[in-house]
Structure formats: structure tokens, C-alpha cells
Design a protein around this ligand. Sequence first.
Ligand code: ATP
Length: 214
Amino acid sequence: MQPIGLFGGTFDPVHYGHLRTAFELWQELRLAEVRFMPTGSPPHREQPYATPEMRLQMVKAAVASQPAFVVDDREIRRTGVSYSVDTLTEVRKEFPYRSLCLLLGMDAFLGLPNWHRWRELLDLAHIVVAHRPGWRAPTMGPLGEVMVDHGTGTIRDLHQNPSGRVYVHAVTQLEISSTELRHLIIAGRDPQYLVPEEVRQIIRDTRCYAPRQR
Ligand code: ATP
């Protein structure tokens, strides 16, 4: 059976950098599907600007036209901080033998040693790292060691084992970030062509990135 891709993020808001990355990884790694998993209360960063419900609504709208993309809202439904290790443990219980691929941008991968119980992630899933503009694969430190011990250049390894490998894959470089998008929208500018039209409409209709006192 083909692997399931798990793509977590704040998605504040979701943009074409996320969507194109997920699409290329889905196609090139021959994943059965990519599950977008918007985080509820992210532990590693300041709290999102848009509410969990708004971020979820935007992700649902963004993926609606691609049947291989599904939305998994378990982290949004969970109260308290969402740890990836807990989410993966839950998904693993649902799919005990299936290959699971945690999809990460290089920036997220480089921050991995700060994640709660991060070393356990590879017991639960593979890690697939998408090259992002401006970031390099680690060669030293704990992640350098992980690359030596778990790295593979072979997609077959991701299909034949349920977890435990790290695979780095170059994707089309789209230098879009949610942070820059929020700044642009809060400044009153139009995010057209950086986000799907459906997402742009939601942002416009709900004013979920209207300037406000924090
Ligand atoms: P922010 O600017 O708020 O940190 P972001 O644009 O990095 O947001 P996240 O929701 O934090 O978006 O990212 C979810 C995942 O998508 C992460 O693994 C991140 O590395 C990846 N990602 C985000 N933007 C891109 C992009 N332009 N190209 C490839 N991967 C991306």
C-alpha cells in the first residue's frame, strides 16, 4: 500500500508554497494521499493570528479541488498544546502497518531538535524534508547524525518500511511564507496569486487578518 503523507502546519494562512510542495511530494513519492493537519495551539511558536476555525476553513477551501488532499482536524479539536509525537502516535494506532511520511519544509526540519520527544518521531513515521529557499540540509549536530543513521535517497525505502527513514526532496522553490502574507494583508494589500482564490475570498469576507491590538 502506498504511504500516507502527513503535512502539519499552522497554515496562518495556507498558501501556494504549502500546496505546491504537497502536490509535488504526493506525485513524486507516489503517496496515497496528503493529509493537511492544521495545528491547534502550536508549542514552538507564538500563537497564530487567525482562529483555529478560520485556519481550518481556509485549508479546507484550498484543498477542495484536489481529491488526493484531505484535511485532518484532530489537532484543532484537541484542547491544549498539540505535539506532533502525540498526533503521530494516534495516526499510527489507526494504521499499524502502513508507511507514514511526515512532510516538513527544511526550516521546520532544522528546528526538529526543539520538538517534544523528537527522536521518537522516526519510530512512528518517515520524515520527508522538502527543500525550501535559503535553507541547507544539516551535516553536523544531532540532525547531521540523524541524516547519517536514517537518511535514504531511495523512494522505495519509504514504501517498503512503515517508518524510520529521512528523505530529502527538492521541490519547486516558491518563496512564500505565511508571516509575509500576514504582514501584507494586515497592511491592506491584496494576496492574489499567493493564495488560492477561495482562500483570498475567505480572508476578504471574514477580515480574519484585519489589523488589531494584540
Ligand atoms: P510562518 O511564516 O508563519 O512560519 P509558514 O509559511 O512557514 O508560516 P507553516 O504553516 O508554519 O507555514 O508551515 C507548514 C509547513 O510547510 C512547514 O513544514 C514549512 O516548512 C512548510 N512550508 C511553508 N512554506 C513553504 C514554502 N514556501 N515552500 C516549501 N515548504 C513550505
